[in-house]
Design a protein around this ligand. Structure first.
Ligand code: FAD
Length: 567
């Protein structure tokens, strides 16, 4: 079934749910007029449906492979990548000083979503390059910016992110990769990194690795980590390619999904690197890239969920199994339980898209105004968007398989690929458990101020909606009140007790924000009321159970001993 780009839905959310107009009136983003937004999203939709989507299955069936130490891409990926680079999509949100378009993240995220729906494995390549561009814009020297940013922004070169080592995954601070000063301002980087996405490629002549490593005087843990630019080929002053650096791909991981994306074990043997930012401040610099990537991964979640849902809906419209309540021989879509699955999936996809775009808007507003309240809003929403949208991807892709019945379990229909591809999303860029701990830990360090400000906003909107949709508005208001009380209870807990309930707390927050988004949609367009009812009447009631878990603390979990787990 061909993928249909949901340009109309993205536009609707931007215009009526997250208030993109506020971004477009700032001086910084004044170029992002409604006409331009429409043109960009429509063009990205065409690229995704016509050029990228046909590559999705090819990448799955013909994975990237390693030949003589070099990655060979899946068939057709070269043409697909060329279309992305030549269309200027890599530099969409990048600084115009280095060839970018300087457009808002809110628009770039809609583009990311559609490209992810179409071909997640290929979309990962520009995703990482975009994150690297942002990290360099913020932390690199002017000289490094001038050398690398034009090539990265145009998509001529690509970027990677090298954090993970065999013994240092979530605990990045445990990394052992070393950086020894060469005495000429460069460093010799030695160590092994694993799971490096697009760590090598035949789609671009150069690959620029941002590598976390420890200087000889670096302290233990995250405080002693520095960030280095380590290119595959060392650029010469005019931007051409110089010597081959001493780094190599040892092997490619054999994965459950995203087969078209080469995930590399990288070996650095005294490779020449250049410091990015200050010594020992590598985590701060890398966080710029990771925050960018976290929101982009949220968009990947929405994208896979959207594609899996479209796929399942088409099957449910075509497949007939016995009498339905509406016809003697109707499509399975007419069975109440199948309708429940698809309506739930659509309500979740809408909520995940709205939360991700609200986070993107907060980033844009923070960039445009420098207002710390917007920065705090973006920081609060990033883990919620990443974890919720990627969990939704797995749930909806799972539902998509279920809607297909037995045909979902065989590869020919394509439903299974969405489930396999989706499964990485809650794991990389910080597992969803780590995201939830970030939410209840660091993101509540302000005493919950940013969270309470957002809850107030949900309640003000619900209050205003009571005149038109009293039942829905009333339930959203009540849910926000329950979240307020739940947040106060979580704030009163010691940290490990918070961590024990972090995942349900994050989902509770997403439920309330989903209720808010659907209520706004129904108020703006009565045609969206039925879907809003699915969210508010069927999904929002989960809130009580989620908040009960969030309050419960950790002790009971530790009472379950190893022997209980084993039995
Ligand atoms: C396909 C793929 C692509 C990737 N791409 C990249 C890339 O480009 N660059 C890169 O650097 N890395 C990449 N990664 C690595 C990825 O980011 C890590 O796998 C991820 O951060 C988790 O680390 P880990 O695998 O070591 O799991 P672990 O850290 O061992 O975690 C295992 C489990 O324990 C939990 N856990 C760990 N610590 C804690 C804690 N303190 N509290 C509570 N729970 C905890 C985790 O949530 C998880 O459920 C990729 C991985 C894959 C599979």
């Amino acid at each position: 079934m061909p993928y249909r780009a949901p340009v109309k839905d993205i536009r609707f959310i931007l215009d009526h749910v997250v208030g993109f107009a506020e971004v477009a009136v700032t001086d910084r983003f004044s170029a992002a007029t409604p006409d331009l937004a429409e043109a960009i999203l429509a063009e990205a939709g065409r690229l995704s449906t016509d050029i990228l989507a046909p590559l999705n299955r090819i990448g799955d069936q013909h994975p990237a492979r390693l030949e003589n130490g070099a990655v060979v891409s899946s068939p057709g990926f070269a043409e697909g990548y060329r279309a992305i680079a030549e269309g200027g999509w890599v530099g969409m949100a990048a600084s115009p000083d280095y060839g970018g378009m300087g457009l808002p993240i809110s628009l770039a995220l809609g583009v990311d979503e559609m490209m992810s729906s179409a071909c997640l494995a290929l979309q990962l390549k520009p995703l990482l390059t975009k994150g690297q561009i942002e990290a360099l814009e913020h932390h690199a020297s002017d000289e490094m910016k001038a050398l690398y940013l034009p090539k990265l922004t145009s998509g001529e070169w690509s970027g990677t992110m090298n954090l993970t080592e065999p013994h240092a995954g979530s605990d990045v601070g445990a990394l052992r990769t070393k950086a020894m000063p060469n005495g000429d301002g460069t460093y010799a980087i030695s160590g092994q990194k694993i799971f490096i996405t697009w760590g090598d490629t035949d789609l671009t002549p150069n690959v620029c690795h941002l590598v976390l490593a420890r200087l000889p005087d670096g302290a233990e843990g995250t405080k002693g980590i520095s960030l280095f630019m380590v290119p595959k080929f060392i650029p010469v002053a005019d931007g051409g390619l110089g010597d081959r650096n001493s780094l190599r791909v040892v092997s490619l991981e054999h994965k459950l999904g995203i087969h078209g994306s080469p995930t590399c074990v990288m070996q650095f043997d005294g490779a020449t690197g250049w410091l990015v930012g200050a010594p020992h401040k590598g985590m701060a610099a890398m966080f710029t890239m990771m925050n960018n990537a976290r929101l982009s991964v949220a968009a990947q979640g929405v994208g896979i969920a959207e594609a899996a849902l479209q796929h399942a809906l088409a099957y449910a419209e075509a497949r007939h199994q016995g009498a339905t309540p509406l016809a003697a021989d109707g499509p399975i879509l007419e069975h109440a339980d199948v309708r429940r699955m698809l309506a739930t999936a659509r309500a979740e996809v809408f909520a995940a898209r709205a939360i991700s775009l609200a986070c993107a808007k907060a980033i844009d507003m923070a960039t445009a105004t420098g207002n710390p309240d917007w920065q705090a809003r973006a920081a609060l929403l990033t883990p919620i968007a990443k974890a919720y949208a990627t969990d939704v991807a797995c749930e909806v892709a799972g539902m998509g398989v279920q809607v297909h019945g037995g045909m979902g379990f065989v590869e020919e229909t394509g439903a299974a690929q969405y489930l396999r591809d989706a499964r990485i999303l809650p794991i990389y860029e910080g597992t969803n458990g780590i995201q939830a701990m970030d939410l209840v830990g660091r993101k509540l360090l302000d005493g919950g101020e940013a969270a309470f400000r957002l809850i107030d906003e949900v309640q003000r909107g619900a209050e205003a909606g009571r005149a038109h949709l009293p039942d829905l508005a009333g339930e959203v208001w009540q849910a926000a009140e329950a979240l307020r009380e739940g947040t106060e209870a979580v704030l009163a807990l010691p940290l490990n007790d918070r961590f024990a309930g972090a995942v349900p707390y994050l989902r509770a927050f997403a439920r309330v924000l989903g209720g808010q988004a659907h209520l706004k949609a129904a108020l703006a367009d009565p045609g969206r009321e039925a879907l809003a009812r699915v969210m508010v009447r069927r999904l929002l009631p989960e809130l009580g159970g989620l908040l009960a878990q969030a309050r419960e603390g950790a002790a009971g979990l530790y009472e379950v001993g190893s022997e209980d787990l084993a039995a």
